[in-house]
Ligand binder design. Structure first.
Ligand SMILES: O=C(O)CCC(=O)C(=O)O
Ligand SMILES: [Fe+2]
Length: 307
């Protein structure tokens, strides 16, 4: 059965209670999907209050990736438990990441056939506020960070493409987001493009995020996108950006440096593991040859064992 059949035309906006399975089908076709009201306005406001002081003090970026009008707050997991629990740990986003970013392999271990499952973990957590006049970012793929080289395909193939993606983004609107105030630009279907295309991505092919506070845009990091041009004179476009990657790839934002251990210890175990205090099976990220969760939770009894 072709899983792309019977989907409505164009990039979709689905309710927050849409099934992960449906969102996944849409992502395979379009590379991105909007989710209405994924996070409550109150939780978004709290997350902003938690990171605002740091954002206000942000310095200027050199280069064209962030215009000088853009202020950022990185290391969000150190700043906002509300952000962590309502965005990073959002069940729909997690289910989508688990689907695309879990790596299953098997290897000979002597004459035993060993199965290994590496689960995704946090890549980066940053909030961005584009001020009036801020120019658009260059259109880019966020998976260039992990050197993910794509071959051109006409549509998603379950078997062939199970390891195609290396990262998934969750953008949550911190205010009303419009094309005019710098709504994210995105090229539908560009996750299927090859790296060897001659022509650069073109803004004429973009759609623009139009979101209410608390709405989300889930995006395969292979899709071409970028922050938009804030053409207003008085609006500040706030967006929270979370990325998750495969368990055996290096994190974009080093969570071990970003989040002090005292803060880490306040989080639920599931989130601590998701930040990177867990093994990527079979054996990436060990500490003293055991799972690094034992570093954070020494009360658990560590056992040395085969990978
Ligand atoms: O600000 C946005 O809408 C997108 C930002 C982005 O793509 C990035 O910083 O990589
Ligand atoms: Fe990006």
């Amino acid at each position: 059965m072709n899983s792309m059949k019977n989907l409505p035309e164009g990039v979709q906006s689905v309710p927050a209670n849409a099934s992960a399975e449906y969102v996944i089908r849409l992502l395979k076709r379009d590379g991105g999907v909007f989710v209405k009201g994924l996070v409550s306005e109150a939780d978004v406001d709290t997350a902003y209050a938690d990171c605002r002081e740091k954002m206000d003090k942000d310095g200027e970026w050199e280069g064209n990736f962030f215009p000088k009008e853009t202020k950022r707050a990185a290391s969000l997991l150190a700043l906002s438990s509300t952000y962590a629990l309502t965005q990073v740990m959002n069940p729909l986003y997690r289910a989508v990441c688990d689907h695309f970013l879990t790596t299953r392999s098997w290897f000979w271990w002597g004459d035993e056939r060993k199965e290994s499952v590496s689960r995704p973990y946090v890549h980066s957590c940053v909030a961005m506020r584009i001020g009036p006049g801020g120019k658009a970012q260059p259109l880019h793929r966020d998976d260039y960070i992990g050197h993910n080289i794509h071959s051109e395909v006409s549509e998603w193939n379950e078997e062939r493409d199970q390891n195609r993606e290396t990262s998934i983004g969750l953008f949550v609107a911190g205010c009303k987001v419009t094309k005019e105030n710098g709504g994210t630009q995105f090229i539908p279907g560009s996750h299927l493009w090859g790296n060897d295309r001659k022509d650069p991505p073109n803004v004429d092919d973009c759609i623009f995020a139009d979101m209410d506070k608390g709405d989300a845009f889930i995006m395969l990091a292979s899709a071409y996108h970028g922050g938009g041009h804030n053409q207003t004179t008085d609006e500040y476009r706030l967006m929270f950006s979370t990325f998750v990657t495969r368990g055996y790839l290096r994190q974009e934002e080093n969570q071990f440096l970003a989040v002090p251990l005292e803060k880490v210890k306040q989080y639920p175990r599931e989130l601590i593991e998701y930040m990177g205090y867990s093994l990527s099976d079979p054996a990436c990220g060990t500490w003293e040859q055991v799972d690094p969760i034992y570093y954070v939770m020494p009360e658990l009894e560590a056992k040395y064992k085969d990978f």
